[in-house]
Design a binder for this molecule. Structure first.
Ligand code: M6R
Length: 602
């Protein structure tokens, strides 16, 4: 993970670097630091914790200079301490790194044998020391950086700055993303275009193995074979004001509230006024024999819900896998496979690696991403932007519901092209979703009081059946992530095969059960919980509440919804429970401990 930013500018670098880092903090917030070159002199400032701590430090110990690099860290090697914070410096070299240097132990041993000393526990320090060794041996900064990266195994995006060089930066990538921003007599580097949005809209993405030499007025890129490469300069339209909470206390609250608008936007793009489903023409489900869906975390649960839709509605066999398993399992990918990769960021390392595994094997690769310029988008045959708008809070909310909407539209399109019948009311009932979600969000007062009670528990179980099962998993993930309460999601029918042993009056059970065809089955499972003293929070609709509220501790009543759409609507109380439980526990809602928004290391 980690975020990198760099500038060779005409104004003071420190505020520019901090502004860029603010937009990259979603990648990690264990520490932050910057280094600048001022009148040829390299210096740095670093602080543990969030970027605000670095900003405070810079007030007391400002750093001058118009050239600089910056970093926000998600710790991999070594605890979040000032010593381990980037930029790392060795003599005249400072370096910031996103990724993991896998051979750092061998490199450390080699450097130690040569008399080099270490002041950090990080893998990155070896990069700075290797470059320093090459400089001592008489190489130029460019050659020193180039030789250094040839010695590294693993994944990296790196930016180097050198003492004595006000107008030089080296940027290079292998496995981790990096973009160059073109200004007017200025040059920028960033882990993504979002970081560069306040400074320029002209972006060049480095490709695998690229090595870039930047000055204020020039950019030379060599590819992985050392050949001069001509990389396209793109015009990127990004919302510069995207890091605004819009009057909400947290980004998560804002993003929950934005779901009606986000889904409206997705429907406007993919569902015509005549209810025609408008997906990219290249997607042809009539030739597809099976679908493989791959993602991580919340995206994986969206894929699990989509399995029900694709199989029940379009009668296509579906496999779903977490990317970190898929990529190493070497699953056979036979012709006729549509491989769909779902990722909010489009940069998740495992999902990207899984995509690369299927390249050349699957008939078609589709990427469902929220960041259309991301690596997953750029490497997919067909891209379906989910159009959720920027999602800043680490916990995914609106990206999840937009992923669900688009996956459902894909399943409906597949049904249409394969001649299977669509569920009654679809796709037109999708149009009711924004209103129903709005209504659900507005009725949140009871969720607050339920969450205050849940906050007292140490373990919580979520249950769901059918396409509400993935929602039980998502509800548990969201709660763990935000409140640090241990939570597990189970398929209701699985409870009696083991987890029921956990049930007593101290383990609340949240049951997600709209009054659909499987309602009675879930209610029976709920009775089994209550018979053992378990306290149940039932999330259902008015009909379900009327039929099954007896003995239930709390009932949250949602609007009635077309059965096929219930996973989308029931995502809202799952998000609200996690949000308000976190508030009750006083945890950091938008930046929970140990996490990062974009997981660019495996
Ligand atoms: O950017 P991605 O969708 O690929 O991210 C995948 C997961 O890291 C992400 O969904 C994570 O599980 C969320 N923090 C959950 O809220």
């Amino acid at each position: 993970m980690c975020g990198i930013v760099g500038v060779l500018g005409n104004h003071e670098a420190a505020p520019i670097l901090v502004e860029g880092l603010k937009r990259l903090e979603y990648r990690g917030y264990d520490s932050a630091g910057i280094a600048t070159v001022d009148a040829g002199k390299l210096a740095r400032r670093r602080a543990v914790g969030k970027l605000a701590n670095l900003s405070d430090l810079l007030v007391h110990e400002p750093l001058a200079g118009k050239s600089g690099i910056g970093h926000t860290r998600w710790a991999t090697h070594g605890a979040p301490t000032v010593d381990n914070a980037h930029p790392h410096r060795a003599g005249p070299v400072a370096v910031v790194h996103n990724g993991i240097i896998e051979n750092f132990k061998e490199l450390r041993a080699n450097l130690a044998a040569d008399g080099f000393e270490f002041s950090t526990e990080t893998d990155t320090e070896t990069v700075a020391l290797l470059a320093e060794r090459h400089l001592r041996n008489g190489l130029s900064p460019q050659e020193a950086a180039y030789q250094t990266i040839g010695e590294l195994d693993g994944a990296f995006a790196l930016a180097f700055l050198f003492d004595g060089h006000d107008d030089l930066m080296i940027a290079t990538r292998k496995g981790s993303p990096l973009a160059i921003g073109h200004g007017d007599g200025e040059m920028f580097v960033g882990s993504d275009a979002i970081a560069l949005a306040p400074f320029t809209d002209q972006i060049t993405y480095l490709e695998e193995g690229d090595f870039a030499i930047l000055t204020r007025t020039s950019l030379e890129i060599r590819d992985q074979n050392g050949e001069l490469a001509n990389r396209q300069k793109r015009l990127i339209q990004l919302d510069v004001a995207r890091i605004d909470k819009g009057g909400h206390k947290h980004f998560m609250a804002k993003e929950i509230a934005e779901q009606p608008t986000a889904i409206d936007r997705a429907l406007a793009a993919y569902l015509g006024h005549d209810n025609a489903i408008n997906l990219p023409e290249a997607l042809d489900f009539s030739k597809i024999e099976r679908v493989t869906l791959v993602a991580c975390g919340t995206g994986y649960y969206a894929c699990l819900a989509a399995k029900y839709w694709f199989e029940q509605i379009a009668r296509v066999p579906v496999e779903v896998d977490v990317a970190s398993e898929f990529r190493y399992r070497e699953p056979p990918i036979t012709p006729g496979t549509l491989a769909i990769f779902v990722s909010q960021s489009g940069e998740t390392a495992d999902t990207l690696a899984a995509l690369r595994y299927t390249a050349g094997k699957a008939t078609q690769i589709a990427g469902l991403v929220n960041v259309p310029e991301s690596s997953i988008a750029r490497e997919s045959d067909v891209v379906l932007p989910i159009l959720a708008g920027p999602e800043i809070s680490v916990a995914s909310t609106k990206a999840f519901t937009c992923q669900l909407v688009i996956l459902l539209l894909m399943a409906l399109k597949a049904a249409e092209q394969r001649g299977t019948s669509l569920p009654a009311g679809l796709p037109q009932d999708l149009r009711s979703l924004p209103g129903l979600i709005h209504q659900t969000i507005a009725g949140e007062s009871k969720v607050k009081s339920v969450s205050r009670e849940l906050a007292k528990a140490q373990d919580i179980i979520f249950l769901g059946r059918g396409h509400l099962y993935p929602l039980a998993l998502e509800g548990a993930l969201k709660l763990k992530e935000l409140s640090y309460i241990h939570a597990e999601g189970y398929a209701s029918g699985e409870l009696k095969h083991g987890p029921i042993a956990l049930i007593d009056e101290n383990v609340p059970v949240v049951v997600m059960a709209p009054s659909d065809a499987l309602f009675d089955k879930t209610v029976s499972n709920m009775q089994e919980v209550m018979a053992r003293g378990g306290k149940v929070v039932l999330i259902t609709d008015a009909k379900g509440a009327q039929l099954a509220s007896d003995g239930v501790t709390e009932t949250l009543v949602l609007p009635e919804v077309n059965d096929a759409l219930s996973p989308i609507l029931y995502a809202i109380p799952a998000q609200q429970i996690a949000y308000y439980t976190a508030i009750a526990k006083g945890t950091d809602v938008d930046q929970p401990r140990n996490l990062a928004k974009s997981v660019t290391v495996e």
